[in-house]
Design a protein around this ligand. Sequence first.
Ligand code: 13P
Length: 252
Amino acid sequence: MSRLKIVAGNWKMNKSSQEAKTLVENILHQVSEFDNVVKIIIPPFPYLDSVGQLLKNKSNFYIGAQNCHTHDKGAYTGEVSALMLQSVGCQYVLIGHSERRQYFKEKDADFILKMKEALAHQLTPIYCIGETIHERKTDNHFKVITEQLVSVLKSFSVSDVKKMIIAYEPVWAIGTGETATAQQAQEMHEFIRSVVVDLFDSGIANEIPILYGGSCNPKNAQELFACKDVDGGLIGGASLNADDFCKIIFSF
Ligand code: 13P
């Protein structure tokens, strides 16, 4: 079965407004005709609208958000809701990124509520999971990934899960320059599908896109994307440079 090919750039907390504009223009300059890959730009909140304007009517380009709140609106100073994201044309939202888990102490219960909010507003959740280096070294990586999947996905129906993307981002590979080998990525992506089979069925497990994230760059993207169960990448550092990001897109 052929799944979507996806490259998403998570800018995290980087770039000024002008730098954001220049980066997107440089990406579009190189990639605008490259149609067979879904390209998702995930800038900081203040630039969603302006980046969205630049991407309007560009083939297979979308904007995504790095987070959303658990409620639609109200007295939650400093927060941004899925309703607001939808209103600026956002179509994707990251949920459960390891930096949200680590620095903001977000837990499964938050991810479930956020995912429900996202789905209620037609946003595709990109659910991020991944083990720490300690968990891998102690041979607990499959157990941790199973727990991260089961504890959240069990609250959703098959039809909800059909609208999701999973991103496998081993914490030890994020921003470290140390990438999972293609073999490690393939092994875990295949395992993730097997957990989805156990939770739901093989149809949905075969359909759900699973992205790899963690020091993915122009040098290793081709090998990673060639893996049977790797459907693309969630790119951090390398998405901040137009040439690198475009080379990754061309790696399929
Ligand atoms: P790096 O590509 O910088 O390792 O970041 C990966 C990531 O966290 C994307 O969400």
